[in-house]
Write a protein that binds this ligand. Structure first.
Ligand code: FES
Ligand code: MG
Length: 569
């Protein structure tokens, strides 16, 4: 057994401190040989009944433990803060960086040699990866896996995506409230994450494409027995990774991030991947910028899943999952090491597609050039993004008058007014929903279509904000405008009636107002007082970076891999 293994500074000491570290652990019935120097594997678990998407992670932890014991390691499970996307107010994103801090400090403070991250719901995967990357011990991910397909009235229905559709149908008078509420139970039929290609399945897909999980991790349903077997295999593998000293910094290279960007385009992935990848890159010291996302813009849409397509994650799994996508992308993929120690191309070896309507070939895609577009201009000097695969093509090149909502409260109070002065051409603008503003950059960027237009059958309009949107959402929605309104961005200065020009093909988001006029408006602009003045939220508002830098906290960027030398007694 290696004497220089990290856990020896806890469990290998023959003094008072070693006694304390071992003896108290033994109260759980661990035998002497658990402390003989074998790799100690932390199982970092975001299980919570308030994060229903992660409610299967306790069982998966048992699978991981079997594999760790089998490989000669010592598994120890520990909880970290969990982030229930659908349950937390004002938004789970406010707490992603807090989870990352919890993960980082837990890993650093305890005597482990490697880590298995158990997460799934939207913010849990990036939060865990960010924290683990800042300690840089050997790390591997096991995701919750998606729920079974939603089923209702004889049809498949998708998490999130069909909520947005049904709620617009109710507002249009095309669906009864009774039916709307009845669909709730059909939508979420098993443990697991949203079974659309929302942020959770997007991040799991990108984790696989970056080689941070074993192959097939992204798509296996949460309740599929093969996911339990995958957890077991992951437990075996992390012990070997400790022996090989294979760390996130060896895997999360610039090339791995580029592979994630390419994969995100091919799967029709969430816009949220942008802030999460940027934040993760900041932790590992990879120089990734918003402009790097442009390498995905000519990648075709291959995966026919909601919200960009029609199928769901179960279908994606049975069609072959991410290994097939990686195979289709093989001509574009960069060489990058994975948790298996080899190149990412090995994940695609032998992959076969079992349903070509669900996973298209590179040459016969669902849509050409589907990757996210970065928009810039005086309205977003540091960038904004739009997801063409989920947008209306005709609206991607557009110029029209803006109608401005000054806050989310303004929007909620007025969006359904019969006399709202908007047409289907109007560009809806929402302020105050960025990282500092809401705070936490909530998923409200896909503003509802004004009721009077919904009733006329309008289902999409251009919407511009400093917010994010759910990965399950769709529409011509321009998001992450940086700097945000509350940070003094030009967005704060837009007035109803101003003209805005959008060109996705040219990457343009321009407010057609003269510099002189904008200067005059800026001289009169007052930042609104922060919504929180104490605690974590205050720290967040004071230190959060803008969306183009991943909305991490400024003092969390980077890592600290120094050993912890001081003892508690
Ligand atoms: Fe948790 Fe969608 S809400 S994965
Ligand atoms: Mg979400």
């Amino acid at each position: 057994m290696a004497n220089d293994r990290r856990n020896r500074a806890w469990y290998g000491k023959l003094d008072k401190d070693g006694f304390i570290h071992r003896s108290w652990m033994k109260n759980q019935g661990f035998p002497d040989h658990a402390f003989d120097g074998r790799p100690v594997i932390g199982i970092c678990n975001t299980w919570s009944e308030l994060t229903p998407c992660n409610s299967g992670l306790r069982e998966l932890a048992e699978g991981v433990k079997r594999g760790v014991w089998e490989a000669g390691g010592f598994p120890v499970e520990f909880p970290v803060m969990s982030l229930g996307e659908t349950q937390m107010k004002p938004t789970a994103m406010l707490f992603r960086n807090l989870l990352a801090m919890d993960v980082e400090e837990s890993i650093r403070a305890y005597g482990m040699d490697g880590v298995v991250l158990l997460g799934g719901c939207d913010k849990t995967t990036p939060g865990q990866l960010m924290g683990a990357a800042s300690v840089d011990l050997p790390t591997i991910v096991v995701s919750s896996g998606p729920m079974l397909n939603g089923k209702w009235q004889g049809k498949d229905i998708g998490s999130g995506t069909d909520v947005w559709k049904f709620s617009e149908a109710v507002r249009a008078g095309e669906m009864t409230l009774h039916d709307f509420m009845a669909a709730e139970s059909g939508m979420s039929r098993s443990k697991g994450v949203c079974m659309t290609m929302g942020t959770a399945s997007t991040m799991a897909s990108l984790v696989e494409a970056m080689g941070m999980s074993l192959p097939t991790n992204a798509a296996l349903p949460a309740v599929d027995a093969r996911r339990m077997a995958l957890a077991h295999l992951t437990g075996k593998r992390i012990v070997e990774m400790v022996e090989e000293d294979l760390k996130p910094s060896d895997i999360l290279t610039k090339e791995a991030f580029e592979n994630a960007i390419l994969a995100n385009a091919a799967v029709g992935g969430s816009t949220n991947a942008v802030v999460h990848l940027l934040a993760l890159a900041g932790r590992v010291g990879v120089d990734l910028t918003l402009s790097d996302f442009e390498i995905g813009s000519d990648v075709p849409l291959l995966v026919n899943c909601m919200p960009s397509g029609k199928y769901l994650m179960e279908d994606f799994c049975y069609a072959g999952g991410m290994p097939v996508v990686l195979k289709e992308l093989s001509a574009k993929l960069r060489a990058a090491k994975t948790v298996l120690g080899g190149d990412i191309s090995a994940y695609a070896e032998g992959a076969e597609c079992w349903n070509r309507d669900v996973i298209r070939s590179f040459d016969e895609p669902l849509k050409p050039a589907a990757g996210l577009r970065v928009l810039r201009g005086n309205l977003a000097p540091r960038g904004a993004i739009v997801k063409p695969s989920a947008a209306t093509d005709a609206l991607l090149e557009h110029e029209a008058e803006a109608y401005v909502f000054e806050s989310i409260e303004d929007l909620k109070a007025n969006i359904d007014r019969d006399d709202l002065p908007v047409t289907p051409d109007t560009i809806l603008v929402l302020k105050g929903c960025g990282p500092k503003g809401y705070p936490g950059m909530p998923e409200v960027g896909n503003m509802p279509i004004p009721a009077k237009l919904v009733k006329e059958g309008v289902r999409d309009m251009i919407r511009v904000s400093d917010a994010r949107m759910s990965g399950t959402a769709f529409g011509t929605v321009i998001l992450h405008v940086s700097p945000e309104a509350n940070d003094g961005g030009t967005l704060a200065l837009v007035k109803t009636g101003d003209r805005i020009k959008v060109s996705a093909s040219n990457g343009v988001l321009e407010l057609l107002v003269s510099d002189k006029e904008l200067e005059a408006r800026r001289a009169n602009w007052q930042p609104e007082p922060p919504h929180y003045t104490r605690g974590y939220a205050k720290m967040y508002i004071d230190h959060v970076l803008q969306a183009d830098q991943g909305a991490d906290l400024d003092f969390l960027v980077g890592k600290d891999t120094r050993p912890v030398t001081r003892e508690s007694h």
